[in-house]
Design a protein around this ligand. Sequence first.
Ligand SMILES: Cc1cc2nc3c(=O)[nH]c(=O)nc-3n(C[C@H](O)[C@H](O)[C@H](O)COP(=O)(O)O)c2cc1C
Length: 172
Amino acid sequence: MGITPTDVEQEVRSVDIIVSKGNEAGDITYANPIFFKLAGYTQSELLEKPHSIIRHPDMPKIIFKYFWDSLQEGKDVYTFVKNLSKDGSFYWIHAHVRVAKNPDGSFRNYVSTRKTMSSTARAVIEPLYAKLIVAEESGGMDESLKVLEDFLASNGASLSTFNDVMTKLQNS
Ligand SMILES: Cc1cc2nc3c(=O)[nH]c(=O)nc-3n(C[C@H](O)[C@H](O)[C@H](O)COP(=O)(O)O)c2cc1C
């Protein structure tokens, strides 16, 4: 959206819980005050806009593919995201995203609850995402999928246990 990313990092405090909800297309239908504060937008600038408005170019495509594939299967997602603010600054978060259902079982919305990322996770995830981006630039998502699968395999895991690896990293 014409935003130039900077090296300025915003602090996500350990007490912060950043919440947003989205419709089936991923448009923002609700967000709490800390979401707007970190993203640097007003409510009217963000409501009904796609969540990708805060997508950072350092985020690999393959992570969002896993994200949407899981949600479409009705599975929760636990992952790490680097987000881009309106002023170009960034903030890392650990996200839990789930599908909320109506009492009749129909789709209600997607709900993301984000917290600060552990430093242990940051030390592993930042270089991993950089490798995934390089792979995507040379060989597209086929290539980054291989890099991701190798990383998971080195942790005794696979895509089906992606969430477990991320949760373990967050808690270590
Ligand atoms: C509830 C919900 C929360 C989301 N939160 C974020 C987020 O914090 N940052 C982000 O980059 N994408 C988030 N997304 C994913 C975006 O919809 C989008 O898929 C992603 O930014 C990649 O952009 P692209 O699909 O245009 O490539 C969220 C989606 C949903 C449904």
